[in-house]
Design a binder for this molecule. Sequence first.
Ligand code: HPA
Length: 272
Amino acid sequence: MDLIHRIEAATMAIQALTPSKPKIGIVLGTGLGMLGQRIESATRISYESIPHFPVSTVDSHAGELILGTLAGKSVVALSGRFHKYEGYSLKEVTFPIRVAKALGVHSLIVSNAAGGLNPDFAPADLMVITDHINLMNDNPLIGVNDDSLGPRFPDMSEPYSNALIGLAEQVAAEEGIKLHRGVYLGCTGPCLETRAEYRFMRIIGADAVGMSTVPEVIVAVQAGLRVLGFSAITDLCIPDALEPADIEKIIANANIAEPLLTKIVVKCVERM
Ligand code: HPA
């Protein structure tokens, strides 16, 4: 079945379960995991019950769509995301974004955990993403293009909405939360990067590095969505001062960043 019919089937199955008409999509990546609990009048739909949705091969309860109200706005949250390093194609990774668009969203908020390449960053800091670099050596738009989903050659001069970046910075200032701005570099993983790779990434203009987000944002931009993205800086990737990655510390820093990022996102949603 071609992509457009898979999107239609998934969208109709969701619409049969809820009258919700979401306007904002939120990918609950690292740093926003608890946001799903803040959604009111929520309808929760497990990914495995939605036709054509990718499902986790390791844990069938890993993903769900949460439709409801957040800060007075109708939202759809994607709780559980798929990564290329798990073996999914970028078409599978980005299918939920296509469905969010078909459900009616005009804007997408994404978050991730990232390593800090900018020496001004500290662990547990937050960054609003101003631009990205795709080093995944892949692209979710490769293949036959259905023009009804978006253009063959989508413009990438402002993938992250300047207006939404400004809103996020205003909200962070009002809340007294430090918010860096910077360029996110997406690579596939799953191994972390070498010192030589971090040096290269910094030289080419990246402030943070991670293994997600870029494919979802490419599809969101092609679909005409406004995008707002955040990174929770979970560890520092400074080549000359590199320490072995410590997954416990990475999780601890994500947990420190999470309530602050949640606060920023809720206030942004309120004003979007
Ligand atoms: N690389 C390095 N550090 C990280 C990453 C990454 O992809 N994600 C979170 N911390």
